[in-house]
Design a protein around this ligand. Structure first.
Ligand code: NAG
Ligand code: NAG
Ligand code: NAG
Ligand code: NAG
Length: 747
């Protein structure tokens, strides 16, 4: 056989330049017929914007900043929704492979995804003459950070190596919140520079970022945010990997620190500024200090470390300037308040636990994780709006149920099914068969309508992933599940299928929204605070036979209107119900404003939770005419909590559980972030400053079930356990209210 070496050298000698054949990325070449159904002229709205069509050269020399901004702004898109609301102007600003030189910054807005070709990620390169302090402003300046939703950045390299190392430049300002995705990005900075990779100076209520790499710089990530899940991030040669300006609850999974001065710096600010840190399945090599923290006062600054491999590094944990832990952690190391029995907090400045992890959740010794699928190796992708003979509209008006079902059935095991941006109205269940791969675009919506979903006593799924007992593949990315009407009998998603391997059944960057946006009667007809309308039965149900990996999911019942100014008083019955037993991974999830609970794990087994963030409905609590379970009736078929622990008129008690656990086993819950801000009367004055009586409910004696860094705000009891008080916020003060490093009575 002719050696490859010979082939290359002869080509070089003949003066030809060769480049590796680049496979086309399906998304770059597929028909782009996404629309924005609910704005005027929206059927011809341009969703896909290839920056080269707007004049970008990608030649590494020409300043492409203005062309990139033109692609973002096309169609009149601009700050604060610019008349289109938050959801009206979906845009994908797409970069083919190449190097895009920039002299000035670009500004992104809500409902925008900036993405490159993942096969050969394009580089956005700041020139040495770069004139601004930030390369990409990801936060829409027209909205507060905490309502900067629906934004994405993926498959890029952002490069500041040409900028002077003495310039304090930031590569990405990402002061954003839920339903955002930052993934598969390399932040390339000079060594020994003052550069910062990602910063969140204006705060935010973030949920998830992952599959990122930071090289060089002063800070990889400078975090100022309520809470976050970080997954699979490497920091190489950063002076500090993660600098915490402020955060209450941070779960870091799969961090890899190499040649950094400090891995995680949590020394900033006083009590309550850095609430809690979890570090799982990570490594540190040639790092000065892995975690630097304050000396702990009360329960604040809680730290949980599991399976950290440290080599050639200084202290593993330094607190108040002294080393309190060195070397690798092969078990679980905990700094903070722990409970081995109910109502008996103990403070520990470092204790090791040896509980084994549930093996069903592991890949090797680590918890299983996987990056969001791009399907970059696939050439067989079907655009659901371009199948001849089976017209699908995605126009928010036409019922697409039958043809979506036919196309999914025809393509199972054969092709990836692409849903262009739009709203796909369905009047009956969409069946997702074994072998399905679905990918959307700027959160393509599947939206329920009609009488099939109206009965609370006969609820029906809108999207049903497999039948009970099915095993195989069903992957769903970049989609939104919503309701077009007030539908008390709608379960938005039901998962019955188990993955044939971990991640074979999964959801990435897929979210729920009930009300709060154009295209739903729940936006315009659920405005009476004394009568919140039952707009959906449940957001997502992982049934007993299912096994799914879920990463980056926000289950939101709207508390405000994203596209207009209607008051939102909506009662979705339930958030996420997990009855699955085989294995369930919830990486970076948030469920908010659902009525009976945000999360319920009933007879569930083998559940991993890596950061969960929640809030109760703002119309609940003292002053409300609706005391949970009202306006719903508890139904034992769904193992609904009955609130029988509360007196009939106790409005502060009859509020949604953040986390309801009924029996089950092998659950590992990291980084719970349970916040209450209001009750019906406003600022919780009637209850002496506490907005809610209880956060977590445990019944049915679960086994091998552990809670790590459980955080609450403005609640009295952090845990009600077997009918008794398990833990109070006042005994664990710190973080935004209370934090428990290890709640282990069921361990
Ligand atoms: C920039 O790099 C030079 C050369 O490595 C170094 O002397 C200088 O201290 C660096 N500046 C900063 C701010 O680190
Ligand atoms: C981690 O993220 C990188 C992208 O930065 C990706 O290439 C790699 O496959 C991911 N690793 C795992 C274990 O998911
Ligand atoms: C409880 O749910 C089951 C199953 O969906 C349903 O058949 C029954 O009618 C519901 N009960 C009530 C009281 O709504
Ligand atoms: C807590 C934990 O994850 N422990 C694991 C760390 O890794 C070793 C193997 O190196 C496993 O045996 C432990 O179970």
């Amino acid at each position: 056989m002719r050696p490859l070496f010979f082939l290359f050298s002869s080509l070089a000698l003949s003066g030809l330049t060769i480049s590796a054949p680049t496979q086309n990325f399906w998304y770059e070449t597929i028909t782009h017929n996404g629309i924005s159904p609910f704005i005027s002229g929206g059927n011809s709205w341009t969703v896909f914007r290839n920056v080269k069509d707007y004049g970008a050269k990608g030649d590494g020399v020409t300043d492409d900043s203005a062309a990139i901004q033109a692609a973002i702004n096309a169609g009149g898109k601009g700050s604060g929704g610019n008349g289109f609301g938050t959801t009206g102007a979906p845009a994908v600003v797409y970069f083919p492979s190449g190097t895009y030189a920039m002299k000035s910054s670009i500004q992104s807005y809500v409902d925008t995804v900036i993405m490159g070709n993942p096969i050969n990620r394009p580089t956005l390169k700041a020139l040495s003459s770069f004139s601004d302090s930030t390369i990409i402003y990801g936060k829409d300046p027209g909205f507060d950070a905490t309502i900067n939703f629906y934004q994405g950045i993926k498959n890029l390299i952002i490069d500041s190596t040409a900028v002077s190392n003495n310039t304090a430049i930031t590569l990405l300002d990402w002061s954003v919140s839920q339903a955002t995705q930052l993934t598969n990005v390399l932040f390339n900075m000079p060594d020994y520079s003052l550069h910062t990779g990602v910063s969140t100076p204006e705060g935010g209520s973030g949920t998830y970022m992952g599959d990122l790499a930071f090289v060089g710089g002063k800070y990889g990530i400078n975090l100022n945010n309520q809470q976050y899940s970080f997954k699979n991030i490497s920091f190489t040669g950063c002076n500090t990997g993660v600098y915490i300006t402020h955060a209450f609850s941070l779960v870091m999974q799969g961090m890899n620190f190499v040649n950094c001065g400090t891995g995680v710096d949590g020394t900033n600010g006083g009590t309550g500024n850095v609430g809690s840190i979890v570090l799982l399945d990570s490594s540190a090599s040639s790092v000065g200090t892995v975690i630097n923290t304050k000396s702990e006062s009360g329960a604040d600054d809680s730290i949980v470390i599991e399976n950290l491999s440290s080599s050639n590094s200084g202290p593993t944990v330094k607190a108040g300037g002294s080393s309190i832990l060195s070397g690798s952690v092969t078990n679980r190391w905990v700094y903070g308040n722990t409970y081995s029995a109910i109502n008996s907090p103990k403070h520990s400045a470092g204790v090791t636990y040896t509980y084994a992890r549930p093996s069903a959740l592991l890949s090797g010794k680590n918890y299983f994780t996987m990056p969001p699928p791009t399907y970059q190796d696939q050439t067989n992708v079907v655009n659901i709006k371009s199948v001849s003979g089976l017209t699908v509209h995605g126009d928010g008006v036409t019922d697409d149920t039958a043809n979506i079902n036919t196309i999914l059935a025809n393509n199972a095991g054969k092709a990836v099914v692409f849903f262009p941006a739009g709203t796909y109205l369905v009047s009956n269940t969409i069946h997702v068969p074994v072998g399905t791969r679905i990918i959307g675009e700027v959160w393509s919506a599947i939206s329920a309508t009609g009488n099939n979903f109206k009965s609370a006593s006969a609820p029906r799924p809108m999207v049903q992933v497999g039948n009970p007992g099915d095993v195989g593949i069903a992957q769903i990315s970049d989609m939104l599940f919503t309701v077009a009407d007030v539908l008390p009998g709608c379960i938005l998603v039901e998962v019955n299928m188990a993955g044939s391997s971990p991640g074979a059944v999964g959801f990435w960057n897929s979210h729920f929204r009930v009300g709060g946006a154009a295209g739903s009667k729940a936006e315009t007809s659920c405005t009476d605070p004394t009568n919140p309308c039952k707009a959906a039965f449940m957001l997502i149900h992982l049934t007993a036979t299912s096994s799914a990996y879920i990463e980056d999911m926000w289950g939101w019942t709207a508390d405000h209107d994203l596209d207009a100014n209607n008051g939102m008083h909506i009662s979705t019955g339930r958030g996420i119900l997990v009855q699955a037993t085989k294995a369930t991974w919830l990486v970076g999830t948030a469920f908010e404003h659902n009525t009976l609970y945000q999360y319920s794990f009933s007879k569930a087994q083998n559940v991993f939770v890596g950061m969960q963030q929640s809030e109760t409905p703002y119309w609940q609590g003292i002053g409300s005419s609706q005391l949970a379970p009202a306006p719903w009736t508890a139904n034992t078929t769904y193992d609904d909590p009955s609130f029988s622990n509360c007196a009939a008129t106790d409005a502060n008690c009859r509020m949604a559980w953040f986390l309801n656990i009924d029996g089950g086993s092998n659950m590992e819950v990291y980084g719970s972030s349970f916040w209450t801000f209001f009750n019906y009367d406003g600022n919780c004055v009637g209850s002496g400053g506490s907005c809610q009586s209880n956060a977590v409910h445990i019944v049915g004696t679960p086994t091998s079930t552990r809670f790590w860094n459980l955080n609450t705000k403005s609640q009295i009891n952090m845990v009600i356990d077997g009918g008794a008080v398990g833990a109070t916020q006042s005994a664990n003060s710190g973080s935004w209210g209370g934090v428990i490093a290890g709640y282990l009575p069921h361990a």
